[in-house]
Design a protein. Structure first.
Length: 149
């Protein structure tokens, strides 16, 4: 009886029995790719590299057309908040890649970027994806900057 109690106590107090050794190394789960989020937004959103925003009048004019054609003015103004945030001074508040990523994929930004999450909490409206092609981003950013962005 004492042997049974001792065996039962040891088995119950030591947790599960270790698996028999096969000599092989234990399997380790593959690392999951982390979403890198920083002041430029989630890096998984692909954007063109834009180091400086153009001030060329032809590029600004092209950007004006993108802003108008995509209906951005329905939610955004310069110098006042409308439905979306005021765009005046946007480049003093956010880095160029962050603005590009917000335009490119706002849903991912709101899910993964702390600044975009805060905008959503304060505005209570998520920016819809406008389908701005990557090649139009430099012109759109030039227009935003020309308007005090």
């Amino acid at each position: 009886m004492f042997t049974f109690v001792l065996a039962f106590t040891v088995a119950c107090s030591s947790g599960p029995a270790p698996a028999p050794s096969t000599g092989a190394a234990p399997k380790v789960a593959a690392p999951v790719a982390a979403v890198v989020v920083g002041p430029e937004g989630p890096t998984k959103i692909a954007i063109p590299a834009i180091d400086a925003v153009s001030t060329d009048p032809a590029v600004v004019t092209a950007g004006t057309k993108v802003f108008t054609d995509r209906g951005c003015g329905g939610c955004h103004k310069f110098g006042e908040k409308l439905v979306g945030p005021d765009l005046k001074g946007v480049f003093s508040r956010r880095q160029i890649p962050w603005v590009e990523r917000m335009i490119t994929d706002p849903a991912v930004m709101v899910k993964e970027d702390p600044q975009a999450k805060e905008l959503f909490r304060s505005l209570m409206v998520e920016m819809p994806k406008q389908g701005v092609p990557p090649e139009d981003l430099p012109a759109l950013l030039a227009y935003l900057k020309s308007q005090g962005g």
